[in-house]
Design a protein around this ligand. Structure first.
Ligand code: MLT
Length: 296
């Protein structure tokens, strides 16, 4: 009999896979394993019964992995399980960064009389470029980056990619039209749109800083569906003021960027689809079960 704590809401169909030998509870008492989505675990004291933590998601920056390693707690994540959900929202972000749809929708909400006449005026006010034939730089070619690159290429964009650690599987999965052995500086200098898909680690923290912005093509549109602190928000605001960045789309709203007309903030919805929540839960449950029952 095993005991699992769920720190966040985890898809029921995933949890059902645990079966009768497991008790699912919302406290840590006697827990053998913990399932977590985005709750920050750094300040939570784990009892010595905990042997494994599974994150229903790709990033593990909400888990103190070094402390877990020291205590012999194995940490799992669910790479690729939410990649399609994130890819779809990135594509939406790409289009929203270009066309003035969000601005238009917000404006349309203010209309109550003479709507048809007002709409005629709005058409001219909310003009934004097409993405066809524009250059997209994809930084980070893991599961999500590869899907975004291939889909954007299929939409008619010219796609270039950068990833110093690209796996052979990812390279094989990439459309042959995507030029992927491109240096970071080249991507920064050439791309009309940049989307970032790298984990947050010491080497990537604030990789979009003053220096990186100074290398970008003026007017670039930047998308961040990975982690907030990949981008230095102070330097970003300056780059927007200077006309280097036209639009920043982020799935990580923080105080400093709210209300800026050039910044579209999405409340961390990249993986929020029923399909992705189920995929992540199923993978996380399977990992925990295999580990507790078979030690692998
Ligand atoms: C991830 O790291 O995959 C996402 O943060 C998942 C989520 O939104 O929970």
């Amino acid at each position: 009999m095993y005991t699992i704590q769920t720190l966040n809401k985890i898809s029921q169909s995933g949890l059902a896979l645990f079966g009768d030998n497991y008790t699912i509870q919302d406290n840590l008492e006697g827990a053998d394993a913990v399932l977590v989505r985005s709750a920050k675990m750094h300040d939570i004291a784990l009892p010595s019964t905990v042997k494994a933590i599974a994150r229903a998601g790709a990033g593990v920056n909400n888990i103190p992995i070094e402390e877990c390693a020291k205590s012999g707690i194995v940490v799992f994540n669910t790479p690729g399980a939410n990649a399609n959900a994130v890819k779809e929202l990135v594509l939406a972000g790409l289009l929203l960064s270009s066309r003035k749809v969000v601005e238009g929708i917000n404006w349309a909400k203010t209309l109550d009389t003479d709507v048809a006449k007002a709409v005629e005026k709005g058409k001219g006010a909310f003009v934004g470029p097409e993405i066809l034939g524009k250059k997209l730089g994809v930084i980070g070619l893991g599961a999500i980056g590869v899907m975004v690159a291939n889909s954007a290429q299929a939409l008619g964009m010219e796609v270039i990619g950068h990833d110093p650690y690209i796996s052979i599987n990812a390279a094989w999965g990439l459309s042959r039209h995507v030029r992927h052995a491109v240096s970071l500086d080249e991507v920064l200098a050439e791309a009309d749109y940049i989307t970032v898909h790298v984990p947050l680690v010491e080497a990537t923290k604030y990789m979009f800083n003053k220096e990186a912005f100074s290398k970008m093509k003026p007017g670039v549109r930047l998308l961040n569906f990975s982690r907030d602190t990949l981008v230095h928000n102070g330097d970003l605001l300056k780059a927007i003021e200077e006309g280097i960045v036209t639009t920043y789309v982020t799935d990580f709203p923080v105080e400093e960027v709210m209300g800026n007309p050039n910044i579209l903030t999405i409340p961390h919805l990249g993986a929020s689809t029923p399909e992705s929540e189920e995929n992540c839960a199923v993978m996380a449950v399977q990992e925990v079960k295999d580990y507790l029952e078979n030690g692998n």
